[in-house]
Ligand binder design. Sequence first.
Ligand SMILES: NC(=O)c1ccc[n+]([C@@H]2O[C@H](COP(=O)([O-])OP(=O)(O)OC[C@H]3O[C@@H](n4cnc5c(N)ncnc54)[C@H](O)[C@@H]3O)[C@@H](O)[C@H]2O)c1
Length: 369
Amino acid sequence: MTTIAIIGLGTMGLGLAQLYAAAGFAVRATDADAAIRDSAKPRLAEALALRVTSGKLTSDASDATLANLTVTRDLASLAPASLAIEAIVERLDAKHALFADLEPLLPGAVLATNTSSLSVAAIAEGLRHPDRVIGLHFFNPVPAMKLVELVGHKGTSPAALTIARQLTEAAGKTVIAAPDRPGFIVNRCARPYYGEALAMLDEGRSASDIDAAMIAVGYRLGPFQLIDLIGADINLAATEGLFAAMHHHPRYHPFLPLRRQVAIGNLGRKTGQGFIFPADPGTAPKDAAAIALRIEATLVNEAAWLLSEGGTTTDGIDTAMKLGLNLPRGPFEILEAHGAPKIRAKLAALEATTALRGRYVLAPMLEAA
Ligand SMILES: NC(=O)c1ccc[n+]([C@@H]2O[C@H](COP(=O)([O-])OP(=O)(O)OC[C@H]3O[C@@H](n4cnc5c(N)ncnc54)[C@H](O)[C@@H]3O)[C@@H](O)[C@H]2O)c1
């Protein structure tokens, strides 16, 4: 039986333990906090019991999943693992120190980080076996979200990527290769969905009109509904993180309405008041198609910029965006549907009038042939 090690048993780590244990792997897991270790099995039992009650899982399958999980105190007990995934605190020094401890203890394991915002290369730097270090970026909630971004750095061995891919696909996930760039694919290519909506809000359009426009062209949730769902504070942190990592490029500009929303504590569902929440978007405005084209043009441009940086494909980006952000179509499918001239013209018109010079500059593949 192949063993998977999980370090960190918080939100993501417990989801990872559930995922691999349910797929029939032996899971050994640990956490620095004794209370978190002690509560891990009861928390998993509770999550599984809900699925049994709602008829989504048999009690036999629930028992088998629980039996596959062993919670241990020390890192040495993780030794049989073929793949170790860390889901600890999002700090470079902590992740680096953990991997330095793990590499001699787990000589046969691929060492994967679930970081959202750190560079995989930076985590691997200075280790004795950087070739074993990869990124495996899961989405919350882990058992439900199909997508996993698989990230190698320059020194990662192809074998490490293959092992992690095979084991994660065996657990039922769709694994998409992503470059070791800030935000990987989804957290980066999603930015314009929010950012361009916020730009329009800043110009005086209503959040309700913008959301209704996107829903009218097939999006399941408008940008502001999504911010309200995830939390304006989380969205602002992701935006500011990428803005800094991308050297304050105007494509990632954090617009004032988002900052204001966080400052006054209207974070969305979790505080009871958001941009739209608790209301729903109204009927689509007359210029819904123009609003949607503006957001879609910027989604296409961001994806095309990422593509130009290497390490991914048009299909990879489209699949990741559909699974990770629940988009009805990927950025390159949007490009195909509208045609490059229409996207180009929209971006050129926006660049001509924006105060944020350079925000709408075309990615190389969109420039006229
Ligand atoms: N929550 C999300 O939506 C999400 C999504 C994708 C990726 N991530 C990433 O996953 C990681 C974990 O996030 P989370 O939301 O599960 O955090 P969390 O705070 O819920 O859990 C982190 C756990 O790690 C433990 N821990 C901290 N330092 C440790 C160490 N040195 N050794 C062992 N255990 C340690 C903590 O006790 C805690 O139980 C972070 O890197 C985060 O960026 C989170």
